[in-house]
Design a protein around this ligand. Sequence first.
Ligand code: AMP
Ligand code: ZN
Length: 713
Amino acid sequence: MAKQNSIDFSKFKSEQELAQERIVALKDQINQARTDYYEKDAPTLSDAAYDSLERELRELEEKFPQFKTADSPTQTVGGSATTAFSPATHQVKMYSLDNAMDTAELKAWLTRTHDAIESAFDAKTANATKYCCELKIDGASIALTYEQGILTRAATRGDGQTGEDITQNALQIADIPKKLNLDNPPQIIEVRGEVYMPKQSFEQLNKQIDQQNAEIQEENDRIDAQNLNKRKLAPKKKFANCRNAASGSLRQKEPSITKQRNLATFIYAAAKYTDIPQESNITTQHSFVGWLKDAGFSTNPNIRTLSNANEVIDFCNMALEMRNSLPYDIDGAVIKVDNLEIQNALGFTSKAPRWAIAFKFPPEEKSTILREIALQVGRTGVITPVAVFEPTSIDGSIVSKATLHNFEEIMRKDVRIGDTVIIHKAGDVIPEVVGVIQDLRPADVKEYNAPRNCPCCGSLLHEDGAYLRCDNFDCPDQLQNRLEHFVSRGAMDIDGAGKKIIQKLVEEKLITKLSDFYHLRKEILPDSIGKDKTKENLIASIEGSKSQPFDCVLFALGIRQVGKTTATLIAKHFKNIDALINANFDELCEIEGVGDVGALSIKAFFELPRNLELIESLRQAGLNFEIDESQAKPQTLAGLTFVLTGSLQNFDRNAAQDALKEYGAKCSGSVSKKTSYVIAGENAGSKLTKAQELGVPVLSEEDLERILRTGQI
Ligand code: AMP
Ligand code: ZN
């Protein structure tokens, strides 16, 4: 009734206007629902309600195509938010860069380039050649295509030939122009650059993940405490550095997440274009970057055109000095022949332009004050000294501990608590203490004395080469570490037995040796380890571990010198534990990767009655002590050697190598003439170059996937 008296304003709007409003509202709703579902893991709509919204939006867009935009939720691949990216073939290959690891290599490249220019042109041209120097941004490569000035495609580098179509995500990056700022845009242009995550956003993101993990933990505890029938959430992984964060955020399946990640870009080149240079009279890399800036791209201001080796080297040093104060990560400088015509004449190798080189920073070192030398007791009783210092950022990650290897090393380097020490970290390796700055040693600092007793059980330590060792087999730290090793992924894979649960089981004396796991029953587990669900989960994963194959069991035993790879080789060779126990020294030495030391250690292990008893009780528990031949893969890759390089998107490198080995392949860490295939992931570096130089065939991650599926090249 009231309705009849009031004016219905919607009558004054056209059907079109109403549709436009509705489309905007639907998009917001759907995007919000996707964020809640994918990012917060807290769905706010039922699947059916979500689908009906999407359907309504699609119908409206069909009726009013003028309101259909590239960033509409209906436009994500297949109309579904979970579909992976479609491949984006690059019209012009996306190259990597050759590296100069130090100034000598850089000078050598400058000389080589000078000579190449001289022979392509003449001495005068070579002498007058200038170099455009830029920062090497540590992020992920991106290629952006504009047609008539409108962004139509964004792609990752992928293997250089084919990347992933990430247009929807690129639309969410604030500084990527959706439309070029040009009156007469080229018909088509593809620009290239680096997507990065500013250091501040990176820190924020990891902080946020910490917070979310705390919430997840709280919720999981609640599920446990109240015995709720609800799915528990796994904690989220933090990003190791800005580069991983950038590349992970760029490849989100949900564009709204990319948007929240605060990514930014620096664009530095164009690959395919029509009618720009002539019109704008661009003849150099430097002026091209200026043109890109005018067109609306974000370009890096630290760019210089320099004329000789000394100036170029100064630039690299300046970049190194700037590194820590920049708001984004850089991992070097890029030196390019400035003149585009000369660039053209020099051309490309199969991997990289001949006219450019990346000067890579040396691995980072930091000085800090040594606060403490902590002592860790490993599962075999070796005591490892660990340097503890104020948290400091090295190579993009925060570190507060570094290994000192062993006590001989501490003596040799004369490391003392209170000393200023130099910490070194390169890539993903464990940071280490490289030395001490003696001049900064305070007067009252005392010489470091190696411990005489085990920091855990107090037993007198015994010297074993460079190492100190606790010989007490029942030393609690050793037991804890042996148990943690036993349940770990490549071993028995008992994922219900976390560190804390093991601690409790040891405290309660329910476990004093490895085989005790298999005597646990739910009824005897104390409430201190958790609620019913936790107990059931533990028992179930112990039960499940009985099907782990022989090589995993062998690895789980924790024999000194027997890592996962060696365990697999031994298992393959001897096929069952009895043959291994009875093997003599020479037979053991024959196995690849074992050697004298390994053979001695294996013999010593099986000579101890305690270990034979352990094996007997594990065997009775039903563990596999022989190879299951029926599960063995055909040895179709026998005789082939693979080298994996670069970062693989869907595989852990070790796991990929293990999987190849199951087909009989060998894997090596370096490329040589004997290498059969190199498998190159993203950002592959020197190994890829080497392969190309030697003519070793290079395969992609896709090839790897196929090989592992079929066992065939
Ligand atoms: P690499 O990652 O070692 O293969 O080095 C090549 C990559 O460096 C390129 O694919 C780009 O993504 C990246 N890069 C970062 N900054 C620059 C720059 N100023 N010029 C060219 N490439 C750059
Ligand atoms: Zn001890």
